[in-house]
Ligand binder design. Sequence first.
Ligand SMILES: Nc1ncnc2c1ncn2[C@@H]1O[C@H](COP(=O)(O)OP(=O)(O)OP(=O)(O)O)[C@@H](O)[C@H]1O
Length: 610
Amino acid sequence: MPISPAHRREAPMREHWANLALLVRTAVRTDPWRSLGSLLEPLGSLMFPLFGWFLGLLVDGLLTDDKARLTTAAVGLLATVALRYVAAYVGTAIRTGLAERVGFAFDEEIARLAGGLPGLAHQEHTGYRDRLELLRQSQGALGQSLNHVVSTANAVVGALGTAVVLVLVHPLVLLLVVFALPALPLAALQQRGHARAEEASAAPARLARHLRGLMLDPRAAPELRVLGLGPELLERLDRAWTAARLPLHRAQVVAFAISAVRSLVFAVGFGLAVGFVLWRAARGLAGAGDVVTAVVVCQQVQNQVLGPAYGLAGMGRVLRAAGRLRWLRTHAAAATAGLGDRPAPDSLGEGIELSEVSFRYPGTGTGTGTGTWVLREVSVRIRPGTVVAVVGENGAGKSTLVKLLTRLYEPTEGRVLVAGTDLAEVSPDSWRRRVSGAFQDFARPEFAAQYAVGLGDLPRRDDGAAVRSALARATSTDLFGVLPEGSATQLGATWPGGVDLSTGQWQQLALGRALMRPDPLLVCFDEPTASLDAPTEHALFERYAATARAGRAAGAVTVLVSHRFSTVRSADLILVVDRGRIAEAGTHADLMERAGLYAELYAMQARSHA
Ligand SMILES: Nc1ncnc2c1ncn2[C@@H]1O[C@H](COP(=O)(O)OP(=O)(O)OP(=O)(O)O)[C@@H](O)[C@H]1O
């Protein structure tokens, strides 16, 4: 699936508005009252210029001994100061509460969208991972989103108020704005530089996080220590952080230089504006109050023009983050569109058929060279109720075959047919409800042990009998029996009263999960027993295959990937995968008689175990 989102083709202005609308809509939907309350805050910004104007009035009142002016000015000054602080206090309280709620709403949506993507194809795109990383980093910024919108509104309202007061002093003083205007393109320049730096640092930052995670991962610790990999990883981590920091550091230096130029230009304008009002006062054309107002309010021009500029720069970051969220929405919609919406068949009918299936992992090139094909023209028919074993050397394509059957990927060419229906036409969710599996890499959910197994069939997750039965089929040891609080034991040593399990025990729970579904059509075991010894694995599959055969009428196909021929030999159908092709297929007896690759591999393993 192409990674480029449709909205990237939008005109930049339209995109900004769409991003802004997304932020406001989310904030209003999340907390309408706080969103409304935060819009009152810009009124507080009007108090700055009004304060300057009342100050001028006060000076004039004092000089002319005008009691009415003095009273108005004193009340005005008190009111503007009081309102300014109230608005700031209330505004801060509202912003904080709103930011938390909106941030959580965005976090939830990102997790839902990313977690809900069907299959694994999207994870192959470095573009996807980098964008998701940027999105993850900008989650805080998204939480602050409405704050930025309000800040920018504050700045704009304040700027308009300042402009009005300057016109009251003298319309020409408004020309000071011209000296502050370069701030706008300069801020945009800073913003663009920052955006480029963010993009450039995403990949090395992700690498650095991965390395840090690896170095702190207790499961990797023994291997890293025995192999003495610490210094090597540390050096790589250092390089990755430097590569991630460098573009941001450069952007900061450039931003500092731009700010210096901006301030210098404004300082010249400020001098000219105040000088002009003083010149008028010296000629009796303006009062002392005008001079005071000009000095106070002209200072604000810098803030009032830079405020919106900074606001826009901040908004740029927020809008980019919102843009990434829109990208994820578009991506999630595209990933689920056209995936088929037919329900999975009730039974396997004539079975599962792979018809001329070829596959290469997304992003591994489109050349015709054989290098990129992981599976090539695989055709095989599997009758319902069959226990299929898939064997072959490392990297032959066995796991990939399982991933296509479980629909974690779509075939690049060819079709997978289930009861005569192309799997591509079936809704992935519906198919997965009838599929179960345990894999080389398995989850270690740190819940109560009962729940960690019950996850395999959510509707029956609290059904103790179902969970015990699944676990009993998965392992001959009484795993719950050895846990301090039985099935209620909290897993994971970092939780209060929690216990950690050995890799083999975690794997047994994963197998239990795989056996929870009451009526699967397909059950895949992709070397889920690597941590079990050969006899235990053999006994487990003998038991499992016997149950599968006994229930053959139900018709589920069982696929087992294993390197252990002692386990494999009892399968109804053995598929020998060799460099992406099915080299041989048949029962153990057929394949031994054929004296081909299977017989060779079998003899090799038998010799090594003799
Ligand atoms: N996510 C991926 N992206 C790109 N290539 C991949 C990916 N996963 C596997 N491959 C490649 O596909 C080929 C087949 O891998 P696969 O995992 O299917 O082999 P396998 O037969 O299961 O091997 P093993 O016995 O070692 O588990 C390998 O060359 C591997 O490098």
